[in-house]
Design a protein around this ligand. Structure first.
Ligand code: ADP
Length: 365
């Protein structure tokens, strides 16, 4: 497979603040990449550098082997063979849908016959039949989104950049559109660089998810691996493991597994040593333990395999099940899901499978 986009050691500062810190990444032809991360982690900055809208301070960006961004070089956006779909779609309001779609082909001087062939194809793929004579203001949000995608794809760019493309659509439409976009991009073998803060959008669309944190990459893996083996506590939190038991004591570690003390019991989890862990020294080693509410199972008074003691605090109905706030004996709070409410102040055991309990060793200070 050919590498289409190569980001090498890219750095960017705003004033004195380092916003991108040595980002390196390769994107193969036809691959759909989703860059996911909390607000402010540098996703849009990276996207804008690739688009050629923003210069970088260090490193380089290559498209099909050609350097387009370097410390002393910034190829203009329109010469990069890249198209972008913006959050607000950015359709030209004074042009009809057909003119919006064909504008790029006119600039490229594509002949009339080929233009008709490409427009027919994209209109049919995106179900835009019957809308070509309308102005953008006469379209629903979902239709505007489709036109923006049609406009981005019709010139067959090397890469399509998507900047939070679904954030202006309502929830139901968002779910429909992400499935449809994933189908379309895979069918057309489009190389896509997609930026989002919504994990479900990344899961639905990506072949590979790049998780950014504070201007660097925390994890770059296929969606299943990111979900099942979140490499850092931040990734775990971002991907649903909201329960966060800080300062948990480590009893013993092996290669990938680890035993920790929670709620008066020793339980086993998946071990992530991190970059700056304390190793096997004699001082007590602490960890941050994360797990998803849906992976915590209430056993009541019967202890049974990989469980720890806790006390229920509050049950709230979530539709389908209850979210139960709980507390360990040393006062750490977490939530589990349960079919029934659990009476307040009830003591019992919570079981979490060892593959679902993520243990991140705390760095030594
Ligand atoms: P994200 O897209 O992940 O939310 P951004 O790339 O937009 O993050 O921003 C990264 C960081 O850079 C943030 O802390 C943001 O406040 C800061 N930032 C973005 N644009 C500018 C700018 N033009 N001047 C100064 N700081 C900026």
């Amino acid at each position: 497979m050919q590498t289409i986009l190569e980001i090498d050691n890219v750095k960017k500062k705003y004033g004195k603040t380092q916003v991108l810190n040595s980002i390196s990444l390769k994107v193969e032809e036809g691959e759909i990449i989703s860059v996911l991360g909390p607000s402010g982690c540098g996703k849009s900055t990276l996207l804008r550098i690739i688009a050629g809208i923003l210069p970088l301070d260090g490193g380089s960006v290559r498209i099909r082997g050609q350097e387009v961004s370097g410390p002393h070089h910034n190829l203009p956006a329109e010469k990069r063979g890249i198209n972008m779909v913006f959050q607000d779609f950015a359709l030209w309001p004074h042009m009809k849908v057909e003119d919006n779609i064909t504008y790029g082909l006119k600039i490229q001087k594509v002949d009339r016959e080929e233009t008709k062939r490409r427009v027919d194809e994209i209109v049919s793929l995106l179900h835009l039949d019957g809308l070509l004579n309308r102005y953008p203001a006469e379209l629903s949000g979902g239709q505007q989104q489709r036109v923006a995608i049609a406009r981005a794809l019709v010139t067959k760019p090397s890469i399509v950049l998507l900047d939070e493309p679904l954030c202006n659509l309502d929830v139901q439409l968002r779910i429909e559109m992400r499935t449809e976009m994933s189908y379309l991009f895979h069918k057309l073998k489009t190389t896509v660089f997609h930026v989002t803060h919504d994990p479900s959008e990344a899961f639905a669309m990506a072949d590979r998810i790049i998780i950014m944190n504070g201007g660097k990459i925390d994890q770059a893996d296929d969606p299943r691996t990111c979900y099942l083996k979140p490499g850092t506590a931040l990734v775990a939190g971002l991907l649903g493991a909201g329960n966060d038991l800080q300062k948990t004591q480590i009893v013993e570690t092996e290669k990938d597994s680890c035993r920790v003390r929670i709620g008066g019991e020793t339980v086993e989890g998946m071990y992530f040593p991190g970059e700056d862990h304390s190793g096997t020294g004699s001082s007590p080693r602490n960890a941050q333990v994360r797990f998803r509410p849906e992976d915590g199972h209430w056993l009541g008074g019967r202890a049974q395999g990989n469980c720890f003691q806790a006390r229920s605090v509050l049950s709230t109905f979530e539709g389908g099940c209850y979210r139960v706030k709980m507390q360990t004996e040393d006062g750490q709070e977490f939530c589990i899901l349960h079919q029934e409410p659990i009476p307040e102040e009830e003591n019992g055991y919570v079981q979490v499978g060892k593959e679902q309990l993520y243990v991140y060793e705390s760095p030594v200070h």
